[in-house]
Design a protein around this ligand. Structure first.
Ligand code: CP
Ligand code: NVA
Length: 308
């Protein structure tokens, strides 16, 4: 693995190795602290959009591994505006040991990776959110005691960046995934095909029927109805998406002990109810914490010289 732009950058074996390393680093940290595997290393973090989890988990993760992270706000670099993206990649890559970027156009992160002399990590683009999916599957890995293949997850809502990465990550892990979205808001067919083509893939179902997706599922996942950059569509989407709300009624169709996931931030009362977010089924805050542990594994594999 040279970059982490999408889940297509890792093999199933590399993906499972990241999960195992995340578990090891999490255990080590909770027992007193991690070894300084990234001593003297710097991560440059370029943001075109706001963030809580991505920014803080990468920053804290680098520090816990003995390294340093540099936050570059949307006004700082102005990718492609103050300076061309290829020039930013080459200049920044001369100072830091890896670049993490959160962008609008997926093409921008691909350009960064094409020109950067150091590894590039996608901290969310309009098309993918691979770090989120890595943490999501790590949450299931803990939940299901390390055995992932053959389990079933339902994603209910917008066929967006989060759903795309979840499809690919589930396929790498052999998890059966069913995605239910309103007509016209399904995940991109190219991504669905890519997920289906992976040798490790389980069953992949794309439907407009939330009940069909959730029936007997062991995990239910949702995300906001309007993503960052789609604010103008918010009102229209509020009229279309209500049948896809994750609420107690929908949850009743899942497996009895099904868990509920959300990448956060959540719009309570829209894609998920307060009741479900606060219910014993919810793992959303464990999932958010797991961004830290999963990304530390990624940083170690991309940057560390010695074996972890
Ligand atoms: N889930 C996630 O990426 O959160 P942030 O937008 O706060 O980073
Ligand atoms: N789909 C959401 C995810 C936020 C973490 C967005 O892109 O805004």
């Amino acid at each position: 693995m040279t970059h982490f732009i999408s889940l297509a950058d890792v093999t199933a074996a590399e993906f499972l190795d990241l999960l195992a390393l995340a578990k090891q680093l999490k255990t080590e940290q909770k027992r007193g602290g991690n070894r300084p595997l990234l001593q003297g290393k710097t991560l440059g973090m370029v943001f075109q959009k706001p963030s809580l989890r991505t920014r803080v988990s990468f920053d804290a993760g680098m520090l816990q591994l003995g390294g340093h992270a540099l936050y570059l706000s949307p006004n700082e670099i102005r990718l492609g505006e103050r300076e061309s993206t290829p020039d930013v990649a080459r200049v920044l890559g001369g100072y830091v040991d890896a670049i993490m970027a959160r962008v609008f156009a997926h093409n921008d992160i691909q350009t960064l990776a094409a020109y950067s002399p150091v590894p590039v990590i996608n901290g969310l683009s309009d098309t993918f959110h691979p770090c989120q999916a890595l943490a999501d599957i790590f949450t299931l890995y803990e939940q299901w005691d390390g055995a992932l293949a053959g389990h079933t997850m339902a994603y209910v809502g917008d066929g967006n960046n989060v759903s795309h990465s979840l499809l690919l990550a589930s396929a790498l892990a052999g998890i059966n995934i069913r995605v239910a979205s309103p007509p016209g808001y399904e995940p991109k067919s190219a991504v669905v095909q890519q997920a289906r083509s992976l040798p490790s893939a389980g069953e992949i179902t794309i439907t407009n029927d939330p009940l069909r997706a959730v029936d007997g599922a062991e995990a239910i996942y949702t995300d906001v109805w309007a993503s960052m950059g789609q604010e103008k569509e918010q009102q229209k989407r509020l009229r279309i998406f209500p049948p896809y709300q994750v609420n107690t009624e929908l949850l009743a169709h899942a497996e009895q002990n099904a868990i509920v996931l959300h990448c956060l931030p959540a719009h309570r009362g829209e894609e998920i109810t307060d009741e479900v977010m606060e219910s014993p089924h919810s793992r959303v805050f464990e999932q958010a914490e797991n961004r830290l542990h999963a990304q530390k594994a990624l940083l170690v594999r991309l940057m560390a010289r010695e074996e972890a």
